[in-house]
Design a binder for this molecule. Structure first.
Ligand SMILES: [Fe+2]
Length: 295
């Protein structure tokens, strides 16, 4: 399949990333090759096996309800029928990462941008930028959950607002996304479970986030999260644990403007830092972390 068209690069909080055409594109489903469907199938099967008992029930159930299977890359239009009926969200096809304001505007209007192309077979274990597997397998299922669906919309509206306030506010808000939507854990009666898309779409991090002794696992606290730097080049040093999706909604209800103002006066915390005020589920051994422990 043709690789997507790159238009420029952009320095962002997520690193130096390619920025593609921002237009919404029709998913060219008929153009996927057998190899693309096979890549989806291999990744789907491997992650599903791994995630039973590791991902939260809401995530696994939603994948089934949406009719995702390893047999073929799902069609956005079919998923949209189920998703629209459940929570009013719509998937839109894109070439890749969008400029922030555009991304926020989609979320604020309950549209989730999904990269239409899938990684090559030699990229099964790792690809730096989000592809169809990360976006569709990782992000889309929880949009079926009414609480999480509301959280994502609120995040989009918050993003539009933060964009107007300034770059520091955006950094704070992006950390919230990172530590919840991408790398969040949830506490359940059966133990900690994964809900973050960055984790569920990665074999290595699905195991590491729950089973490694290295990272910290700390109770979610909005301002604590917004003050905490994160790593984009390694597994996380700290995971934040929510009690429920309702907790996320409650935390994002207040106006963030005074929080941004407060945080602007304070130093950010290093990614691996544990504070006395933290609710610590597990304190990480830090094993395997680079010596730049302050990052
Ligand atoms: Fe993502």
């Amino acid at each position: 399949m043709n690789q997507p068209r790159r238009v420029e690069h952009q320095e962002t909080d997520k690193g130096y990333v390619p920025v593609y055409t921002t237009a919404v594109v029709e998913q060219p489903w008929a153009d996927y090759k057998a190899e693309d469907h096979a890549t989806w199938g291999a990744l789907y099967q491997r992650q599903r096996e791994l995630l039973v008992g590791r991902a939260c029930d809401e995530f696994l159930r939603a994948q089934d309800e949406m009719g995702m299977t390893p047999h073929a890359i799902p069609r956005f239009d079919q998923l949209n029928e189920v998703l629209g009926a459940a929570t009013g969200w719509t998937l839109v096809g894109v070439e890749g990462l969008l400029p922030e304001l555009e991304f926020f505007d989609h979320l604020a209007n309950r549209r989730f941008p999904v990269t239409w192309w899938i990684r090559r077979p030699d990229q099964i274990d790792y690809i730096a930028e989000p592809d169809l597997f990360h976006d569709l397998f990782g992000h889309v299922p929880l949009l079926m959950n009414p609480l999480f669906a509301d959280y994502m919309e609120a995040y989009g509206r918050g993003g539009v607002k933060a964009h107007g306030i300034g770059p520091e506010a955006l950094v704070n808000l992006t950390r919230l996304y990172w530590y919840t939507v991408e790398f969040g854990l949830i506490n359940t009666p059966e133990g900690l479970r994964i809900y973050g898309s960055g984790i569920v779409s990665s074999k290595g991090e699905s195991l590491y986030s729950l089973e490694s002794d290295a990272p910290n696992r700390i109770g979610f606290d909005l301002e604590r999260v917004m003050r905490t730097r994160y790593r984009i080049d390694t597994f996380q040093k700290t995971y934040f644990v929510i009690d429920s999706f309702a907790q996320l909604i409650a935390a994002t209800e207040p106006d963030f403007t005074p929080i941004y103002a407060r945080l602007a006066q304070r130093e950010a915390f290093a990614a691996g830092k544990v504070l006395e005020s933290d609710q610590v589920f597990t304190r990480g051994s830090g094993e395997g972390w680079a010596t730049d422990a302050d990052v």
